[in-house]
Design a protein around this ligand. Structure first.
Ligand code: AMP
Ligand code: FE
Ligand code: FE
Ligand code: ZN
Length: 280
């Protein structure tokens, strides 16, 4: 069984539609793919509809924005009830703040580059979560930069003059809200240092106390040393380990199935989640 539990569609900053994400998973030889768009489950229904056709099972999830002491954390939530009001309110708040933040960033960018808010909106599918990748797509379309990667390394860097933060809930609080909504919380890329600062082991331990199920250990943004340290940390805290591609279609180099998760860990996630994996 080949299981890749972390991938994005056009419901956030991936470039494959939800159905095409499941088709791409089939082409990559996967048995199970996780759809984990940023702060939304808007892609679930379309992805579910592609399960029968492709024979690929679907793990429904989302990658939720949060923070600890101002350091950005991404929390994967699997098989939660998206209608649970307390969790839904927090996710809505993050999405609204992302929208406001995107407008401010685009105002700043438009002083120096030939892009407008309409140009950025044109890169976002209806109902999708907006992010810096869509600003990158608008910059690429305007001929300012060759690709998303270049934009992130330069114009859109979190250390650059155009960057604006957005509101996100506290990571430990969000772990509890995910559990209360019947979801299974997994910390995404805990040591992806190239993206910015990463949280201390003490924060991970507090998240574990609040109900965290696993750490995403095998991820391309982790060095071999980081993976070994995270594996030891997971063991120490009694957490499972996952591996995943964090595929974004053509928006990133990440390839579906480049890292995978043990079937026993998927079984654990499914046993603790409030929804089933959608099977062909
Ligand atoms: P935001 O959440 O709007 O601040 O943007 C961060 C998102 O951009 C992350 O979810 C990543 O998927 C994506 N991202 C980060 N670095 C890169 C990169 N070098 N190339 C393409 N996408 C990136
Ligand atoms: Fe992303
Ligand atoms: Fe992430
Ligand atoms: Zn992701």
């Amino acid at each position: 069984m080949r299981i890749d539990p972390h991938a994005h569609s056009t419901a956030s900053d991936g470039t494959d539609s939800p159905a095409n994400l499941v088709r791409a998973a089939a082409a990559a030889g996967l048995d199970v793919v996780g759809i984990t768009d940023h702060d939304t489950v808007a892609g679930w229904a379309e992805a579910e509809a592609a399960v029968a056709e492709t024979g690929v099972a679907l793990l429904r999830g989302a990658e939720l924005s949060c923070q600890a002491g101002g350091i950005s954390v991404h929390l994967l939530s699997y098989l939660h009830d998206p209608a649970e009001p307390d969790l839904a309110a927090e996710v809505d708040r993050s999405r609204r703040s992302r929208e406001e933040r995107a407008r401010i960033m685009v105002d700043r960018l438009s002083q120096d580059f030939p892009i407008t808010w309409a140009d950025v909106r044109a890169q976002v599918a209806p109902g999708a979560t907006v992010g810096r990748p869509h600003m990158a797509d608008a910059l690429v379309a305007a001929g300012v930069a060759p690709d998303r990667d270049t934009c992130f390394a330069t114009i859109l860097s979190s250390r650059g003059p155009y960057y604006v933060r957005y509101h996100a809930p506290d990571a430990v609080t969000l772990v509890g809200l995910v559990r209360a909504a019947g979801g299974v919380p997994v910390m995404a890329h805990p040591r992806a240092a190239t993206r910015g600062r990463v949280v201390s082991d003490a924060v991970v331990a507090a998240m574990a106390d609040a109900g965290l199920a696993a750490l995403e250990v095998d991820h391309r943004d982790h060095s071999p040393v980081a993976r070994a340290e995270l594996a030891a940390l997971a063991d120490r805290l009694g957490l499972a380990r996952t591996g995943a591609s964090d595929y974004h279609g053509t928006g990133k180099l990440n390839v579906l199935g480049e890292h995978t998760t043990d079937p026993a860990v998927l079984a654990l996630i499914e046993s603790e989640g409030s929804l089933p994996v959608v099977r062909p």
